[in-house]
Ligand binder design. Structure first.
Ligand code: GN1
Ligand code: MG
Length: 389
């Protein structure tokens, strides 16, 4: 067991969460040790800014690969976490095989996170109170950023998503389970929103009224991608589900994208969900957690460059119809995330982790301002798409 200053490493929210579940912090060492660490564990600390799962970086005293990622899956969100692990293993094994016959441009590397098995050979470990734990390798010599730092980073983020889609483009989506029903199906989020709103009785602030109006004005259009799918214009493929900027790992020395992590939502879907999600995240220089929501904007130069990076890998499998819906997907996923945050605020913050009761409202305002900025640049974005297809 390692020695470390527990209190320095854990947020108040997580300490309270652990306390209510009757755990001690030392339990984390016990959990991490189930995954056959290659050395003595010296440190475990909270890692990243995930909104759903609890994520930790485990450090060992070994030379070389001395870290791994330990996660407690939020089983309120992922109701069948065993299927999440099966999907993850299926996708990573497929990518590994495909990489053997894929030539990367010179000097590039592409890494695939590995699922670490327990001493009993399983891909997860259930602790005594039923928490679902899993461990994933850490991509060596890499880091990620919450926002894009320069134009080269933008190109690399686009390249990474294109590379990921390319490597999975021959994995039939029906081999994967639907681990999160309704994920990115905007009409279903709208339906849930209507149900939540019908029960909402608190006094409505100007911000809440702005959001209500915002959703109301776009609810008919928000069916656009699902309608296109129902009409057979867009087809289901294997997607990442959450390709935001901080899930794209950059090589510390070269600055090149070398991996996409957070594979919980790899499942069947439209590549448009991924493209929209990557752009709503990458083209918002203020980041999705900013409190200055009034001045949030969608950066058109970053958009052009991310799309160029994406298409450098994706041009081979995108169809004419796919291009037709790219603008809508950028607008829709920003709107949809705003709607998801706003609904969670109205419902009492039952889905996304929050640090204050108003946190999800603030996040919703950021996404709605971003959507407005996308809408005000519709012509320019469409011209960019025309120019690169
Ligand atoms: C959630 O937990 P995290 O940060 O990886 C959410 C995504 C959102 C994202 C916004 C399963 O992802 O859909 O885009 O927050 N994941 C799930 O930051 O709902
Ligand atoms: Mg995620």
């Amino acid at each position: 067991m390692g020695t470390f200053d527990h209190d320095a490493f854990f947020s108040i929210e997580y300490l309270m969460d652990l306390n209510t579940r009757g755990k001690t912090l030392g339990n984390l060492f016990t959990v991490a040790e189930q995954f056959k660490p290659s050395g003595r564990i010296t440190d475990i600390r909270e890692f990243g800014n995930g909104n759903i799962n609890n994520t930790f970086l485990v450090t060992m005293d070994t030379k070389g690969e001395n870290h791994f990622i330990l996660q407690r899956i939020n089983t309120q969100v992922f109701r069948q976490p065993e299927l999440v692990m099966l999907n993850m293993r299926m996708a990573t094994e497929h990518i590994r095989k495909r990489l053997q016959t894929t030539s990367l441009s010179s000097g590039r590397r592409w890494e695939v996170p590995s699922v670490l098995l327990t001493k009993g050979g399983r891909d997860h470990w259930l602790d005594s109170d039923g928490s679902f734990w899993r461990a994933i390798s850490f991509i060596d010599n890499s880091r990620s950023f919450d926002t894009i730092k320069d134009i080269e980073h933008a190109r690399e983020v686009g390249y990474a998503l294109g590379m990921f889609h390319h490597l999975l483009s021959d994995l039939p989506p029906d081999r994967l389970a639907d681990t999160l029903k309704g994920f990115h199906i905007t009409p279903l989020y709208l339906q849930h929103y209507d149900e939540v709103l019908a029960k909402y009785s608190a006094v409505k602030s100007p911000e809440v009224n702005y959001c209500l109006q915002f959703v109301c004005e776009r609810s008919a259009w928000a069916h656009v991608l699902e309608n296109a799918r129902a009409q057979g214009r867009l087809r289901i493929r294997t997607i990442h589900g959450d390709p935001k900027v901080n899930n794209i790992m950059m090589d510390i020395d070269t600055g090149q994208a070398i991996s996409i992590v957070d594979l919980d939502t790899v499942k069947p879907g439209l590549v448009h969900y991924d493209i929209g999600d990557c752009l709503r995240s990458g083209c918002n220089p203020m980041g999705e957690e900013t409190e200055q929501w009034e001045i949030v904007h969608f950066d058109i130069d970053l958009c052009r460059t991310i799309l160029q990076g994406y298409l450098s890998m994706a041009i081979g499998f995108l169809t004419e119809n796919d291009f037709e819906y790219l603008y809508d997907s950028i607008r829709l996923i920003a709107f949809e995330l705003g709607l998801r945050f706003f609904t969670d605020y109205l419902e009492g913050n039952v889905y996304f982790k929050v640090t204050s009761p108003e946190h999800n409202l603030a996040r919703a305002l950021v996404q709605f301002k971003l959507t407005e900025s996308i809408e005000s640049q519709a012509k320019t974005i469409s011209n960019i798409i025309q120019g690169i297809r």
